[in-house]
Design a protein around this ligand. Sequence first.
Ligand code: GLA
Length: 384
Amino acid sequence: MTEISATDRARTAFTRRFGVPPRIVASAPGRVNLIGEHVDYTGGLVLPFAIDARAAVALGPSEDDRTVLVAPDLDAETTHLGPPPRRPETESNRRFANHLLGVLDAAGGSDAPIRALVTSDVPSGGGLSSSAAIEVAFATAWAGLHGDVTNPKMLADLAMRAEHEFVGTPCGIMDMLVSAAGIAGNALRIDCRSATWSPVPMPPEDRAVVLLVDSGVTHRLRDGGYAERRAACERAEAAIGGSLRDATLEDVAAAGLDATDRRRASHVVEENARVEAMVAALEVEDLETAGRILFDGHRSLQDRFDVSIPEIDHIVEIARRRVDAGCLGARLTGGGFGGSALVLTSARTLESNRRAIIEEFAARFGRRPETRVVRASDGATLET
Ligand code: GLA
């Protein structure tokens, strides 16, 4: 992670670019999902935490008649005469603006031209919800600019609509809600049906930490596999005649689904149960059980939901062989098709486990994966 915060970089870069300081700066974090994968869009239970890597947006009114949106990290900039357009950008070097334009559109648009600059410490493509972080940061800044009172659910709704309508990802509410509502030291048990949440303590840092290992394979949720998974779950719900959240494995078996849809739906039913089991384990600091639930969750993503990749399976396999060396559990985190694995490791053996994972991964794939320890952090913040 860089030493200068994304917030400070956004403020400085805005002032340099426009010659005046921003009116307001807001930031929001990426996330790691502990457990509860591919269940948010069927109203399931998830257990993510906001991480200590953030996106920041500096915002101000325009002093001429142009809307200018800037992403210095990408060396990209878009300009429009007049207020921000209410349609998505289609050219590849302008698409970054859709995360901002989509939020603005969902919020009712702007009558006046604006200036916004976005920068981020959340790596993109690593499965850490870099997009949600930008959208929630922008939604927070936009609300702040107008002195509007916000709540996390409202910010998350704007961000999700931006994803659906401007970015083109049919995601659920998890990423943006935890980015908006995160609480340091805690994961959030989110009920995605009611969009309500409660904090669940993360393991004390002197006992265990979450190590992220980036597969180096960029995940792209726009590519179709994600939408296919969502469609399979929706077909299953139609056949069952109710929400997968309330369904049992017997309901799934009796619904007359084809073999693939049956595997997808079974994953969802069991994954919801795993979230409750994980909450119970964390509440009593039973880290061995917590770790086993992670391994079980991975197997299900691998065999039933088919969203893992060989690189991530290998990381999880290394961790599985190192249970006696303090690797408590591991799994793919996020939507899959690339991205990162999370490894819950005892704090005492963090460095030896990190080394072993890097070396064994390199022996198989010929390159050393990026790793980082992530800490549960606070959600969106408006800076003054
Ligand atoms: C992506 C989506 C989320 C969620 C996860 C899978 O991160 O953005 O809404 O569906 O995949 O759990």
